[in-house]
Design a protein around this ligand. Structure first.
Ligand code: PMP
Length: 409
């Protein structure tokens, strides 16, 4: 039995009533972005109707309301990640910006010639390219922990990559291309034993499982709001406080300074020192509302429900002749990647779209891991708390029609 009323959840998301090509929308592209509950949409609208102002600076009523709403959202993110202090939460545009912030601030200060940065084969381009750029700039070396044929990181091989030259380890808690849940806590502890810092990419984990940055003991954690039912253009970077306050500012401008003369600028402490200029105030407030929403349902309940759906979907897809599932780790969250014999991923995606089913087909911004499996693209249905077994049944039936040639291209 599901741990919550899925139909009630579905009613919270107005877009799920949308018709696509005359069919009810089946949204199975949650790893790309999630849909927004009415409470988030209403919160944005309330902000613009009753609270809108720039924050921190002006001394008037609406500035106070906007500042309170924004700082309240920061408290919600702190609670969501179980960070020790609200000062450890920096608002950023999303995962990509969070990673680039760490690479350009901490990275430029601490990575030197001959140093090594370790990532994994599972990484999204956002957790590859910034480190590659940093390595090129500094003459450092990027090393990559391999995976087995199920898409699990080979811990023995990972251990062999770690040594006194390893300054940083960066990897994802959940792979966006395969759904693998990595043994993050163990990998972080292994990295710390050689004195490396660790950044954990939580883009795909925060909507599927409870995250506790103190238990994980990661040095930085990044996620995107839009993947956890919040608006686009907002996300958060957690960093341990002493680390953040020792990091040089990334972008310079208003808001992040304590005092400016032409000779010298004194910066604020974290988090404000990393929030130059007018931030995405309204969407941060929307992120707070999205966090309230998932907290009300409970991350444990969401994990449990999605696991049931994942098992159901894995069984359904596996029953289709000629369908090869990519990523078969026993610990997985929400993502099913596959190829269908005789059809390109683009053909499958287009045929599903004509039936109102939204999936991603492509390389999912994770080309290296797909190439590890000899592929350039896959079809990727991905799950969220509002998906149902009926959604999966529609998907499986549509794939059977495609597979048996009953759908024209
Ligand atoms: N890392 C992972 C694991 C992701 O899934 C994504 C989004 N697909 C990103 C990073 C980048 O997130 P964003 O585009 O929101 O910055």
């Amino acid at each position: 039995h599901p741990p919550f009323d899925v139909n009630a959840i579905r009613r919270d998301f107005p877009i799920l009533k949308e018709l696509v090509h005359g069919r009810p929308l089946i949204w199975l592209d949650n790893a790309a972005t999630t849909q927004k509950p009415q409470s988030v949409i209403d919160r944005l609208s309330y902000f613009y109707q009753h609270e809108n102002s720039n924050i921190h600076r002006a001394a008037h009523e609406l500035a106070a309301r906007a500042t309170d709403a924004y700082e309240d959202a920061r408290k919600k993110v702190r609670h969501f990640l179980n960070a020790p202090s609200v000062d450890e939460i920096v608002f950023v545009r999303g995962t990509t910006e969070g990673i680039n912030l760490v690479a350009q601030s901490w990275g430029r200060q601490h990575i030197n010639e001959g140093d090594e940065i370790v990532i994994s084969w599972l990484e999204h381009h956002a957790n590859i390219v910034p480190w590659q750029q940093l390595c090129t700039e500094k003459g450092a070396k990027l090393r990559v922990a391999p995976v087995d044929d199920h898409g699990q990181i080979l811990l023995d091989e990972y251990q062999k990559l770690l040594n006194s030259r390893t300054k940083l380890v960066a990897f994802s808690q959940v792979s966006n291309a395969l759904g693998t849940i990595t043994p993050a806590q163990q990998m972080i502890a292994m990295a710390h034993r050689v004195g490396a810092r660790v950044l954990l990419d939580g883009a795909q984990s925060v909507s599927h499982m409870r995250v506790d940055v103190q238990q994980l003991d990661c040095d930085w954690f990044v996620f995107s709001g839009h993947k956890v039912f919040a608006p686009t253009g907002i996300g958060a970077l957690f960093g341990k406080l002493e680390l953040l306050n020792a990091m040089p500012p990334w972008q310079g401008g208003g808001n992040m300074i304590q005092d400016v003369t032409f000779e010298k600028t004194i910066y604020h402490a974290a988090p404000v020192r990393f929030e130059a200029g007018t931030g995405n105030i309204a969407d941060a407030v929307g992120l707070g509302a999205a966090i309230d929403y998932v907290q009300r349902i409970g991350l444990e309940n969401i994990s449990r429900y999605e696991h049931q759906l994942l098992v159901y979907a894995t069984r359904g897809l596996s029953s289709i002749p000629g369908l090869r599932l990519i990523g078969t780790a026993p610990e997985k969250a929400g993502v099913l990647s596959f190829v269908l014999k005789g059809f390109s991923s683009e053909e499958v995606g287009a045929a599903l779209n004509r039936e109102g089913i939204a999936v991603r087909s492509g390389h999912h911004c994770a080309q290296p891991i797909l190439r590890r499996f000899g592929l350039e693209t896959t079809v990727r249905p991905s799950l969220a708390l509002y998906n149902t077994c009926a959604d999966i049944d529609f998907l499986v039936a549509a794939l059977r029609r495609i597979q048996s040639g009953r759908t024209s291209f």
